[in-house]
Every structure is written in structure tokens, then in C-alpha cells.
Design a protein around this ligand. Structure first.
Ligand code: ZN
Length: 161
């Protein structure tokens, strides 16, 4: 299902561990960009929900866009919302973007039968069913709780995120 918050759990964990070297805002934006294609497919009734955007090749292209657009947009949003934050560097922006798009393909490949993550090199989905859906949800939620705890701890230590 497009735009599931499931993907944000691992992102929060990355942010908690990497701190200012990783933009969680750009990571979140990358999730939205990744799921434009399946959303369009649902609206328009396309036969394949997870097409080229949900491949490793697609993730690299979407990651480039997310990293380039994510820094100015996220900086603007954080400034407007007056959220105390470290400046988002290009490196942090692209880290959030590529971790975001690549983890998105990996997580989705575990549960969507129409995915071909290695297109155009391979047409199979070796990750499908490797982990049960319940276990996947549990892991993502666990990562989210851990990430939130680490982010909170960082915020209290430095006064910003
Ligand atoms: Zn997706």
C-alpha cells in the first residue's frame, strides 16, 4: 500500500544512530516520491503497482532527485516550523535520500509479488516472503521505537536534531 508509515521506522533508527549526518526529513520525502508510481497505478488502474520506481535502478534515480530537492525543501520547512536543527548538509541530504529509496525497495520487495527489484538485469524477486509480514511490521516498529528514543536523547543533549 502506498505511503505506509512502516518505512519511517528504519529511517528513525538511522537518524538516531547517524544524527546530523542523516536527514530524516529528506528520508521521509523520499518515501513519498517512491510511492507516487503505485499511487498513480491505483488511481488509474494500471496492472503493475510497483514498476520501475521500485527497482534498485529506480531507487538510485529517485534518490538523486530526493537528495537534490530535499535539502532546500527540508531546510525551508524546518525554518518555517521553527524546529531547532543542525544545518542539513548535501551529504546528509543524499544520505537520507539514498538510504530512504534503497531501504524502501528492500522492504517493499519482501512483501509485494509484483516487484522486480533487479530489473533490467533480473526479473525475479528473491526477497519475496523472506520474512513474514508480521515479523516485518514488528521489526519496523521496533526500529521506530529505538530511533525515537535515540533522537529524543540526542535532542536533550544538543538542544536540536
Ligand atoms: Zn513502495
Amino acid at each position: 500500500m502506498p505511503l505506509t508509515p512502516l518505512h519511517l521506522g528504519p529511517g528513525a533508527a538511522f537518524k538516531g544512530v547517524a544524527g546530523r549526518s542523516f536527514s530524516f526529513m529528506v528520508f521521509g520525502g523520499a518515501q513519498v516520491l517512491m510511492d507516487i508510481e503505485p499511487l498513480m497505478a491505483m488511481i488509474r488502474g494500471w496492472p503493475v503497482l510497483h514498476g520501475v520506481s521500485h527497482t534498485v535502478a529506480g531507487a538510485l534515480v529517485v534518490g538523486l532527485v530526493a537528495g537534490a530537492v530535499g535539502r532546500p525543501v527540508s531546510t525551508w520547512v524546518l525554518e518555517r516550523a521553527k524546529i531547532p536543527h543542525f544545518p542539513i548538509t548535501w551529504r546528509a541530504s543524499f544520505a537520507g535520500a539514498f538510504v530512504g529509496t534503497c531501504s524502501h525497495v528492500m522492504l517493499d520487495a519482501l512483501m509485494h509479488a509484483d516487484m522486480r527489484p533487479w530489473w533490467p538485469i533480473g526479473m525475479t524477486n528473491p526477497l519475496l516472503g523472506a520474512v513474514s509480514i508480521d515479523a516485518l511490521h514488528g521489526l519496523c516498529m521496533g526500529a521506530g521505537v529505538l530511533g525515537a528514543a535515540l533522537i529524543t536523547w540526542r535532542y536533550h543533549r544538543a538542544g536540536r536534531v
